[in-house]
Structures are given as C-alpha cells and as structure tokens.
Design a protein around this ligand. Structure first.
Ligand code: SF4
Length: 488
C-alpha cells in the first residue's frame, strides 16, 4: 500500500505543491481559485502559514465547520454548570448538539448543575408565524419553578430567532426584574451569523461583557483578594482537562479563582475581573473577553499551553514570570517533581511512536498546541489546519510547525481524504465527522475535539493518557485486518 515517500524538505515541498494542484483540478475554475488561497506549504521564516482564513465556506463543498449557535452554546456558555442554557428555537439544534463535548463537572444534575440536560423552547410553526417571546417568558417561569437552585439562565438563539425578529433582550430584562435581579442573558448567536462557530465564541464573550460584568458594577467584591489569584480562561474541561491544569497552578502557589468555563459557575465569571492574571488556553474562543478585562479592569492575560512536558515547562515558567520569587520557585518545584514521571512515560512510549507521522485538523488551538506533545514522543506533524482559525492563529502556528508542513484551512472533505491518501500518515487527529472515513481507509485516528471519550490530555496527568491513547491508536493489531480502498 505504501507510496514512495519524499525524503528531503525540497522533495516534500514539491510533493505538497503537486498534491494541492491535483486536488484543485477537480473543482470548477472559480472554486479552484477560491480554495487555492486556503492551501499551502509552510515556509520557514514567513510571518504566517500563507493561507487565507475566516472566510465563508463555498456552497457545495463538504465543510467541517459548525455554526455560531454551536460556538456559543456548545463551547462558551454550555459548560457553566449552575446556569440553565436554553436552546431557543426548534428542537433539533439543541438535541443534536446535546452533551457532545463531555465537559466534566461536579454537582447534582437537575438540582444545582445542569450541563448534561437539554432545555429547548421547541419552536413550532405558530411560534415562527406569531413570534416566540411569550413562549420564552413562559419557559423561564417554568424553569424558575422546576429548578429553583439555578443561578442564571442564558438564551442561546437558533437561526429562526433572528429571522423573525424576536426581542429576547426585552424578555430577558423583564424577567430579570420579575425575579429580583436573577441573571438572564440573551445571546444573539443565531447560526447564520458569521462564517463559522468562531463568531459564536465572540458573541458569547460579548454577552458576558454586557450581561454579566456590567451588572456587577458597583456591587461589593465577591472574595478577599490575594496577590496570587489567577483565572483559567478557555479550558472547557473536556475529559477533566481543567482539573489536571488547575492542580499544577495550585501546586506552584497560585490560587485559581475561576475556571472558564469547564466546571465553572456564574459566580466565578462575575469574580474574574478581580484576578491578578488571566491565564488563557484557548486563545481563539476567549481572547475577546481577556482583552476586555485587560482594557477595562487592568487584568493582564498570558497564553499558555499544557500539552506535553516541553510546553508545560515553558508555560509554567511563563506564568510564573508574572509573579514574585515564591511563585517562580514554585514553578521549578512542580517541574522537578513531575520530570521523572514524564521521563518514564516518554521512555515507555517513545520507542513505539518514534518517527510516526501525524496529520491534524481541529478547531481553536489544537492544530498548533498539541504539536509539542507529539514531538515529545518523537512524532512528526506533516500537515495541520484549522476549522475556524483566523490569521492570528496561523501566525501563532509558525512557532510550532516545521518547514514544509502542509497547511489546509477549512479543508473540504474531499481535500482531506486526498491529502491523507497521498501522504499516508500513521495517524490522523480530527473530529467525529472525519473519524470513520479515515478508519475505513485503514488509517489510525484519534478524535481530537472530545479526546475520543478519553482524557484529560492537559497537564502532566493528561500527557500520560495522551501517550497511551496515541500508542493504542497507532499500534493496535486491528489495522492489519483493514484494507485501504486504494490497496484493494
Ligand atoms: S445553523 Fe441554525 S439551524 Fe443549523 S444548527 Fe445552527 S442554529 Fe440550528
């Protein structure tokens, strides 16, 4: 099944160029011209990856992207556990996105936490024709009666809400007043807005600014501050990621006052403008609110990467550099404590994974952030791309990828299959929609949005699981029974 593999960087670049030309040839001329801007090979020394991004997908191609509603409800708001998040509109959007992200949380579901429950206004034809504001008001009343311990409600707009012009802001304001200032947040994240889920993240951030922070102004502080208070921003606690990150920050002497938003609460959001530093993992989905907190409340923010020991060490030192010697020493202590454990993980798995080639296609930060973890295991990233990245993501990616890496923005189903068929990586890391296509092609696969029902992958604890999972995917004996279609 093996095709001749290129060896030198120049060979790789020439192969990538030919491959891009080949995939574009099947498109009509105009489509080929538009898609050509999203495909390239990374050249060392360039300021970005040489692709256009955050542009509308072309009708007719199979894009992997989601919608703005998915970005707001599924990513930013959904994990806030003590609030109830209404999927406002027809039942399908909420039902089909229900509980798919595995945001772990503690609490008693249905009593004081609600993450895995599905609330919808279940729009019918008459709601579209006559408007759904009355129904929303009734739904909020029912929630207040049935779930009295909820600490807030968000209204996640699906497409029809914007199309029929419902006034969810007026309903939210009236109900907030009726329920003595209860937090009710309307979010204008209708799926048709923007080009991908990315605008939904931005709109969700703006809703926190306007409907959570502004409401807190003039109110007494929620906690007594210390010089070491930090908030984890942009960690959704997939498979427990935020927990395995939080313990490292605490071990080095910091106090984590909030988690955004995995296993987080509305009180944590409200308290965050008093943190000394915001530590930001997913830049794409939460840079907006981090910038706002810096501008309005003077809270600085720093990006970090907790995938794999090399990046964790770098990040712990970077975070510590914002504090005094006590925290800097704490970071060194944490690094020294875990290094033997990480050395043991690498000694076990590196011989089984050394030299294996990986192609990635994921969302906000993973197309670059996981690269270090693979490299710690001796693996090589030969292609990567973002579903909904912007140019600043591709600029940040230059610090991670090697000369000659194939870059594909908003890759289409056809292009991705073709690239994998021709490059023949040892592993593909992407989403659930891609998983079975590649497995049927006989290519080992890991679902890198939800960690394939595993995790955590963040932090030192996470790296041990990450290494085991990659070994399990690549070295499973099952692959000798699978035959790639091109080998048939
Ligand atoms: S695009 Fe509109 S209809 Fe489709 S899932 Fe998103 S909100 Fe629902």
């Amino acid at each position: 099944m093996s095709l001749a593999q290129p060896e030198s960087i120049e060979d790789i670049k020439a192969r990538n160029k030919a491959l891009i030309k080949e995939v574009l040839e099947v498109y009509p001329e105009k489509t080929a011209k538009r898609r050509a801007k999203h495909l390239n090979t990374f050249e060392d020394g360039k300021p970005d990856c040489g692709v256009k991004s955050n542009i509308k997908s072309i009708p007719g191609v199979m894009t992997i992207r989601g919608c703005a509603y998915a970005g707001s409800k599924g990513v930013v708001w959904g994990p806030i556990k003590d609030m109830i998040h209404i999927s406002h509109g027809p039942v399908g959007c909420g039902q089909y996105s229900w509980a798919s992200r595995r945001n772990y949380y503690i609490g008693t579901t249905g009593i004081d936490t609600f993450v895995t429950m599905q609330f919808t206004s279940d729009f019918q034809e008459k709601d579209i024709v006559f408007g759904g504001d009355k129904k929303l008001a009734k739904l909020i009343d029912e929630i207040q009666e049935l779930f009295p311990l909820n600490k807030g409600i968000s209204v996640q707009s699906e497409c029809p809400i914007g199309l029929i012009g419902d006034d969810i802001e007026a309903v939210s304001k009236a109900k907030t007043k009726e329920y003595n200032g209860h937090t009710i947040v309307p979010v204008r994240c209708e799926g048709f807005r923007g080009v991908s889920q990315s605008l939904g993240h931005h709109l969700a951030n703006d809703a926190i600014r306007d409907w959570v922070f502004d409401k807190m102004e003039g109110k007494p502080a929620l906690f007594e501050a210390t010089p070491y208070d930090v908030a984890i921003i942009g960690d959704y606690n997939i498979g427990g990621d935020a927990w395995s990150s939080r313990i490292l920050l605490e071990e080095m002497g910091l106090r984590v006052v909030a988690q955004w938003s995995g296993d987080g609460t509305i009180a944590e959001l409200e308290a965050t403008p008093r943190a000394k530093l915001n530590v930001l993992h997913c830049y794409r989905s939460m840079n907006y609110i981090s910038r706002h907190m810096e501008e309005k409340y003077g809270v600085p923010w720093v990006e970090y990467n907790f995938f794999g020991p090399s990046k964790i060490e770098e990040s712990l030192r970077k975070i510590a550099s914002h504090f005094d010697d006590k925290i800097k020493e704490g970071a060194e202590r944490v690094i020294a404590k875990y290094r033997p454990l990480m050395d043991a993980v690498i000694a076990k798995y590196r011989p089984r994974l050394e030299g294996k080639k990986v192609m990635l296609f994921v969302g906000g930060l993973r197309p670059r952030h996981v690269i270090g973890a693979y490299e710690d295991l001796g693996m090589e990233i030969v292609g990567t791309g973002y579903e909904f990245g912007h140019n600043d993501d591709y600029q940040r990616t230059t610090h991670y990828v090697k000369d000659g890496t194939l870059i594909y923005d908003d890759v289409t189903g056809y292009e991705f299959e073709k690239f994998v068929e021709k490059i023949q990586p040892d592993l593909v890391g992407s989403g659930i929609k891609e998983k079975y296509v590649f497995q049927k092609m006989g290519v080992p696969f890991r679902q890198m949005h939800s960690w394939d029902y595993s995790g955590p992958y963040h932090g030192y604890d996470g790296f041990a699981i990450f290494a085991r999972d990659m070994d399990m995917a690549i070295n499973s004996p099952v692959w000798k029974f699978a035959k790639a279609p091109w080998a048939a």
